[in-house]
Design a protein around this ligand. Structure first.
Ligand code: NAP
Ligand code: G4F
Length: 330
């Protein structure tokens, strides 16, 4: 092994997995990534873009494969980013969501213990602001903190709450170095097209190039605390370099509605009134919605020295500029 440290990342093909692989590579890490299923187009695209990553075949629902992955990587740091992560999908497939997003974490923690490496591994759990819920009785005020009340509103949020607590329980019970990052929405060029920000920026680019007439969305009033994924994976790494395992909120401290996102995105292509270009369809509305998310990152800023660099207008601008180029083609 040539790197100073070795990391194993689950969910490596996802948005955060890609950003984190890149970051750890620049820091000299040997990077292992969990890949599931048979060879497919996504895997081939990943291998072409990240040739330095050692891919290990495993699935969060398959304990034997996880034990083999932990043994093969001999990881110093394990980042558990793998999940069914789409809130709307979790309503349609709640059992799969529980198996992967909740029990998958337990499977991975047990694999680490069974490997005999529990004392050597530093573990990061990808917790989420979806655990808070944004309801009247626990509105965020100046921003949710690590100590705010949880009230998840989706099968995804409930699964993540189990994951959060089992991770903390392994820290308390077995003395493992387990850090949880309660991350608010983070977006960027690598965001999946099924999430609202990327759906909008991709749609705006297609409208600009005459390839699409409008974007079909669900509710437009919910508010999110949107940051840039590149800033947030730096925070994950910082949590595992800290001397104590702990829980940290990463957020921008600002909240904006989907309508505000639309306004900034369309203004990038010179459209001030986006209403003729947006339609709504109940299929994109959820049985229970999280009205507002707003985080307070003070602890991460003070204890870790974490600071986000990209602001909300900067985020929208870079996503639209990227999609305008992608849609235009080579
Ligand atoms: P993402 O793009 O949806 O990626 C999810 C990853 O999980 C993919 O690599 C996927 O692999 C993998 N996965 C799904 N099922 C799996 C299974 N059974 N076994 C192993 N891997 C599996 O998610 P993301 O935006 O990068 O988010 C990373 C993590 O942070 C997730 O846990 C998410 O819930 C959490 N989080 C995200 C945000 C955010 O705003 N992005 C905020 C808070 C927390 P395939 O390619 O094979 O499908
Ligand atoms: O982009 P979204 O699907 O993200 P959501 O539900 O906030 O979840 C994301 O952030 C969480 C952190 O808070 C992560 F834990 C989670 O894994 C994921 O990354 O939806 C954002 C908002 C919602 O209010 C949704 O109802 O946009 C609304 N929305 C309106 N139309 C839509 C659409 N969402 C999607 N995905 N697609 C629509 O057409």
């Amino acid at each position: 092994m040539s790197g100073e440290k070795t990391a194993l990342i689950t969910g490596i093909t996802g948005q955060d997995g890609q950003h984190l692989s890149e970051l750890l590579d620049t820091k000299g890490y040997e990077v292992f990534g969990l890949i599931r299923g048979q060879r497919n187009a996504r895997r081939e695209a990943f291998e072409a873009e990240f040739p330095f990553v050692h891919l290990v075949e495993a699935d969060l629902t398959d304990p034997t494969s996880l034990l083999a992955a932990v043994r093969a990587s001999e990881a110093d740091e394990v980042y558990n980013l793998g999940a069914i992560s789409h809130v709307g999908y979790s309503f349609r497939n709640p059992q799969l969501t529980a198996d992967v997003t909740a029990k998958g974490v337990l499977n991975l923690l047990e694999a680490i213990r069974s490997s005999g490496r529990a004392d050597q591994v530093r573990f990061y759990q990808a917790s989420t602001s979806e655990m808070f819920g944004g309801l009247d009785y626990n509105r965020p005020g100046n921003g949710y903190t690590e100590d705010s009340l949880f009230h998840p509103r989706s099968p995804y949020g409930v699964a993540k709450l189990y994951a959060h607590w089992i991770a903390r329980n392994y820290r308390e019970s077995y003395g493992m170095f387990v850090a949880t990052g309660i991350l608010f929405n983070h977006e960027g060029e690598r965001r999946g097209l099924e999430f609202v920000t990327r759906k909008i920026t991709d749609g705006v680019a297609r409208i600009h190039h005459g390839m699409q007439s409008h974007i079909v969305l669900g509710d437009l009033w919910p508010k999110r605390d949107w940051g840039y994924a590149g800033d947030y994976v730096r925070g994950m790494w910082q949590m595992l370099q800290h001397d104590e395992p702990d829980d940290f909120v990463l957020a921008t401290g600002e909240t904006h509605s989907i309508e505000e996102f639309l306004t900034l995105a369309f203004s990038q292509i010179g459209i001030e009134d986006w209403t003729p270009y947006v339609r709504q369809d109940p299929q994109f509305m959820r049985p229970a919605e999280v009205d507002i998310l707003l985080g307070d990152p003070t602890k991460a800023e003070k204890v870790l020295g974490w600071k986000r660099e990209v602001d909300f207008p900067g985020l929208v601008q870079r996503m639209v500029e990227h999609d305008l180029k992608v849609v235009a083609g080579p």
